[in-house]
Design a protein around this ligand. Sequence first.
Ligand code: BGC
Length: 736
Amino acid sequence: MDKEKLIELLEDMSMEEKIDQLLQVCCYYYEKEGVITGPENAAGFSEEEVQNAGSVLGGGGAKLLRRIQENYMKKQPHHIPLLFMADVINGYRTIFPIPLAQGATFNPEIVEKAAAISAKESAAAGLHVTFSPMVDLVRDARWGRVMESAGEDAFLNSCFSKAMVEGYQGKGELKEKGRIAACVKHFAGYGAPIAGRDYNTVELSERTLREDYLPAYKAGVDAGSATVMTSFNTLDRVPSTGNKKLLRDILRGEMGFDGVIISDWAAIEELIHHGMAGDKKEAAALAIEAGVDIDMMTTCYCGNLKKLIEENEIDEALINEAALRILELKNRLGLFENPYKDADEAEEAELFLCEEHRKTAKDMAIESMVLLKNDNILPLQKEGQSIAFIGPHVNNKWISGVWSIFARIDENVTVEEGIRNLGIKDVNFARGCGFIDPDSGIDTFHDNQNVSEDSKNADQLLEEALQNAKRADVVVMPIGEISIQSGEASSRASIDIPKVQMDLFEKIYEVNQNIVVVLFNGRPLTIKDLSEKAKAVLEVWLPGTEGGNAIADVLFGNANPSGRLSMSFPYSVGQIPVYYSEFHTGRPYSDEQKDVKYLSKYLDIPNTPLYPFGYGLSYTDFEISQVTLDKSELQNGESLEASVTVKNAGRFTGKEVVQMYIQDKVGSVSRPVRQLKGFRKIELQPGEERKVIFTITEDMLKFYDINMNFTSESGEFTVYIGSDSRTQNKQDFVLV
Ligand code: BGC
């Protein structure tokens, strides 16, 4: 349909019908199927409102969604189909590692490929839009939702934002088979809640917001994301969902976004709790004025917009504008021609967990694993070593993260299954203890995750584990957080490994010190003691469907770990927020000045994290040559080449992530100590070497100057190239 026809259609619609288009309700209201992902008390819809809503969230499955669409279309006077949206965050049925782990791959190609697979499976399951990518910059590991982000860095986040949008949407038309629309979220700054407490206030200077937080949203918008979701938080004390400056001036005006803006779950009504609106009517007025097109899960719009127009409180044009955008999206998806799009049970059967999808899930899980420590104990020997696997995650199926809402947990491969699939003989498995401590807050939640103990009591579990450990050459301990300890509404004040598991670790350590820790988690954890004592630590995050197979491959050397941390691991929780791209301060600390008092430091812990951004080991050794520049001066409008030669000096084939950071030495405002500006993941055979060239342009040196102009300033810069954010391999150049 062309735009004129859409406008004609809009003109044919009554005001009520237009307002109906602006409402999104949960699939659960139709057939008691679908996943409820937010508080329901905000709702209170009439049956009529549910039946007339323009879009539905949280449901998936060709059969279900076809049936709902069919019933809807029978009653729809204008032949306007429903739009089906849901959270396909790290996969629909084939589940990939959580997004924080995807960030650790430092491999946008595989992330794009996984998003394309998720789109195919989702489209076959009848979905039209996914609420992904979540591109909030995250620097506080207490916040449970860091697991949904690609991490602490603006550049890395932007690369993944683009890759995911292009993966879901493709580069052609949205109506193409196997494509779904993306939704960049949560606009804006949701990743910086004070003290890491979910939904909490956000305080960011405009400069920090623009320089660090906005680029990833912009990258998603530039990549063509069809929709954007508002965030729950306030920014400069204004909640995003009622923030005209943010949505109309910055998102629509500056970034040029002309797609659909959707509120987060009940976020319009929450303007009341924020104290910005007195009632639902005021909340509706604020949100529609700010530019929110779809009201997710409240009666604010459907119950008040008509009254607001009749009372001349808002302009009717606002409704027309929002309804037209929604119709345009439905049209772009080809729903007027075919309301079912790709929904097809036969396709589902063919695509879900097919060999190709599983392979990508496994490849990505392998690429996301970060080897944090290795005292020559990994890889393990397939024969001639007796190995005891001890820890509650040994046979844990819940390894796909809380946002894998359409996953079938029994399809996930556990550690034990992975090891057995590899045919390793001299191994045994014991849980050793339960997952969580009684005071974890977890058992009060509604989730049906398996957190209960098995039939053995705690003493029996421990005894079995100790016996196994005593007899083994090596103990592998799969321990860490369970999946419902991270995600939405799962902030933690302590980010330790649950005490019950650390107690197990200590007891095992008393009888066998050859310990390899396989760490499961949705966020950086505080693991200082553990990493001192264990001989190796392999970070595996929440690795998804193929987790166990990928872990087995890495432990036994079929694959070489190549993940690099996308978020710093703090030394202790008191250090948070800790991130590499910090500022010097007026009293910078360095290790040579240990005894100087009046410096920016802690008395009891170092300034630097336990493991920094970009860090990760390999089974092989890489040597990176000195940085060379093709010239030492960069003229405006020209570019400069910085290069290194990387050599695989070890015995294994492996992938190195070559990272380029730039520091602007003097600016009209204080500049970060360094910022990631480029990275390249390359694979090298033993003995092989390759030159890696980065092009530096003036654009890369721009920032918000003292007058808030986005510009570069001439002067001295340092370029660092190395294997993590601490590298001192550098050269200076001048921007003329
Ligand atoms: C979350 C969003 C999600 C939405 C729909 C909200 O609670 O903040 O990220 O997309 O629910 O499930």
